[in-house]
Ligand binder design. Sequence first.
Ligand code: FAD
Length: 313
Amino acid sequence: LKIIDKINEHKQKGQPFFSFEYFPPKTSEGVQNLFDRLGRMLLFDPLFIDITWGAGGSTSALTLEIAEQAQTVYGLETMMHLTCTNMPVEQIKFALDRAQQLGVRNILALRGDPPRGEEWKKIEGGFSYAADLVKYIRENYGDYFGICVAGYPEGHSDCTSKEDDIKHLKTKVDNGADIIITQLFYDTDIFIDFVKKCREAGINVPIIPGIMPIQTYAGFKRMTTLSKTFVPQEINDALEPIKDNDEEVKKYGVQLCIEMSKKLLDFGVEGLHFYTLNLERSVRKVLKGLELISPDKISPYLPWAQSAAGNRL
Ligand code: FAD
């Protein structure tokens, strides 16, 4: 199913959905671990999962393979990321045709980042912006794919202004995108303000917050620096005295994520999208803290899973 249809269907349950992002691991052992993890996290009953597309298409074959396994073997609704960086249209077509053959119904259409240390530039026979990719998918594949695009509560790093960025986001939606997932953020007020501005600009599709539990202090610093994410002072203050204690940092990360999620759910988001970093424990604790998973909430379509989950949740 397309994710937008699943979101609309899920609304009748009167509770928020959640979904998980994974990236293709570098080693075959890592890939096996990821499959084992997918098998376990399937018990949580995410609305969908998604697999990133390595910078510049570097993981294209593996992304397709993981998407296929997740969709067909694990029965998870799977969304494949696809970027324009270094991708002539023939290669984009190849990836989309393959996704279609594999039964993948959802694409996260992205421009992609430039190779490290370079400026982004369109290649010969390629696309300039994610909006062009969205248009291409709709023109060539009709309604087959559900299309998601990226939104930036703090504005994208290349944008001329936050207002322009929202205008460009609207073009992606006008071209056929049916949901938006945001870049990670740690100040919920910034997300809420962004959604209000999007609505004022006439963007009416679901805007799903991207949430990343803090796993390690170094990782958090690296990630927020790289994505130029604003970190509220109280988070820095809370982390400073515990930064050398990994367990304490993780515990704080879970607590912070629960608080942020509650605020976002009170605001009215339809669901929560977790950047799992291919890890399971923190996400499980957050979902448990929010009472979104428990053995009796496991899908009734998976009776065998209920008893397995009973031991695990
Ligand atoms: P676009 O929407 O094309 O925007 C890029 C920039 O161009 C913005 O500053 C925008 O304001 C500007 N712009 C857009 N249209 C115009 C126009 N007509 N004229 C002038 N300026 C314009 N990267 C990966 O490599 N692989 C992944 O799997 C991946 N997954 C991601 C998932 C999410 C949820 C998010 C938020 C990001 C992800 N990224 C991924 C990172 C993403 O590729 C980068 O942030 C990239 O730099 C921008 O991609 P975009 O699709 O948002 O670009």
